[in-house]
Write a protein that binds this ligand. Structure first.
Ligand SMILES: Cc1ncc(COP(=O)(O)O)c(C=O)c1O
Length: 406
């Protein structure tokens, strides 16, 4: 594999001088990637189980994806949504194929997908209220959720560290306990339009919604004429071994949001809206300049092609069994450091007994890149292409760090 040939020595200075300080980053500049591996500007190699926060579904620079994006970049990149382009219709059809009868809207990020979903909830409320605006508008979300940094997403994210400094927020949100159906039921009133939860909370610490809870929400939404909206921005697009994580529960939402892995590294977000609510958005009611460009859709189509051609969802489902078992053995071996393992497929959280930051740093030094999450959790988000050997290598590195910190 190639080593980086361009070494820029002033990157840190340029960041220090010119980039807004809204991120605390380690002193690490990544310059090249291939599959599950990335290299820094000093030539050091890392196993990348951050995957750009669950984005690089096919790993770095997958040849099929690169060829598709290069081909499309030489043909047509952007025309706006004032015109049709061939890739957007095709991608919408493929998403409908996974989600069921309905329609798709394309945007550029997870937060933007969620904004569209929250607007959908308001439109449903308005319809319920016989066309009257502002009467039925409330959305019930989960405590510990993360839905993005826009005002809508942030208002649906009841975390002090996310909301502090930005109040007043958008009104109309209430929060139940994940996996506590009664706490959601109690919050439903005559002003409620929708329930909006992550199928697996990612940033909140890899907390899966249980099958029982999701089925209970479905029933509650049916009884009270609420939309059941799922945020699969992080856990969707094959990451759990099925295209949508909710499929494991056998539940059907009314709408779902996705982004991250969909473009395999090219920014794209999407919402799927089921048939029942697909006509709530009428011409002029919502839009975006960049959403669903020929280039973004070509990238996403390439992701879906490889996902299907290489049966990556079956790979994730199979390979994750032994991998998660190996991680659970670590938890049994190092109980003073590791409380447990949560998640499904290739979205897994290791719950530590202490702050994950020193672990994330030591793992990085040992050659494994991982992000942390809320509740003292280290997240493991390998590309869906990660091999059994790479998964085992990650376990070895984690083990060596647990030994060193014992
Ligand atoms: C579940 C979930 N929803 C929404 C978002 C926001 O997505 P983006 O950062 O693309 O705006 C994220 C990002 O981490 C996420 O995990």
């Amino acid at each position: 594999m190639n080593r980086p040939d361009v070494i820029r020595t002033n990157t840190a200075d340029l960041y220090d001088a010119h980039v807004l300080k809204n991120y605390g980053r380690p002193a690490l500049t990544l310059v090249r990637g291939s599959g599950s591996v990335v290299w820094d500007d000093q030539g050091a190699q890392y196993l990348d189980f951050t995957s750009g926060i669950a984005v690089s579904a096919l790993g770095h620079c997958h040849p099929y994806w690169v060829a598709a994006v290069q081909r499309q970049a030489g043909e047509l990149i952007h025309v706006s949504n004032l015109f049709r382009n061939p890739n957007q219709g095709e991608l919408a059809k493929r998403i409908v194929g996974y989600a069921g009868p309905g329609r798709v809207f394309f945007c550029n990020s997870g937060a933007e997908a969620n904004e569209a979903l929250l607007k959908l909830a308001r439109l449903h409320g308005m319809k319920k209220a016989g066309g009257e605006e502002g009467k039925i508008y409330k959305v019930i979300c989960a405590k510990n959720a993360f839905h993005g940094r826009t005002f809508g997403g942030m208002s649906a994210t009841p975390q002090e560290k996310i909301q502090k400094g930005f109040r007043p927020l958008v009104p109309g949100f209430a929060f139940g306990e994940l996996n506590n159906l009664a706490s959601f039921e109690e919050l439903v009133d005559d002003q409620t339009a929708a329930i909006f939860v992550e199928t697996i909370q990612g940033e909140g610490g890899v907390n899966p919604a249980t099958t029982e809870f999701l089925l209970g929400l479905r029933d509650l939404c049916n009884r009270r004429d609420l939309l059941l909206i799922l945020d699969e921005v992080q856990c969707g697009v094959g990451r759990t071994g099925k295209f949508y994580a909710y499929e494991h529960a056998g539940v059907r939402p009314d709408a779902v949001g996705m982004a991250k892995g969909l473009g395999g590294g090219f920014p794209i977000g999407a919402i799927w809206v089921g048939e029942k609510s697909a006509d709530l958005f009428q011409p002029g009611m919502h839009g975006t300049t960049f959403g669903g460009t020929p280039l973004a859709c070509a990238a996403a189509l390439a992701v879906l092609d490889v996902l299907e051609r290489d049966q990556l969802m079956a790979h994730v489902a199979q390979a994750s069994v032994a991998w998660i078992a190996a991680l659970q053995s670590l938890a049994a071996e190092f109980p003073s450091q590791l409380l447990g393992v949560r998640g499904r497929g290739f979205i897994v959280g290791l719950q530590l007994t202490s702050d994950p930051a020193p672990y994330v740093a030591t793992l990085r030094d040992a050659g494994l890149l991982v992000p942390s999450a809320g509740g003292n959790v280290i997240r493991l988000l390998p590309p869906l292409t990660a091999t059994v050997e790479e998964l085992a290598r990650a376990v070895e590195i984690i083990r060596s760090v647990l030994v060193a910190k014992k």
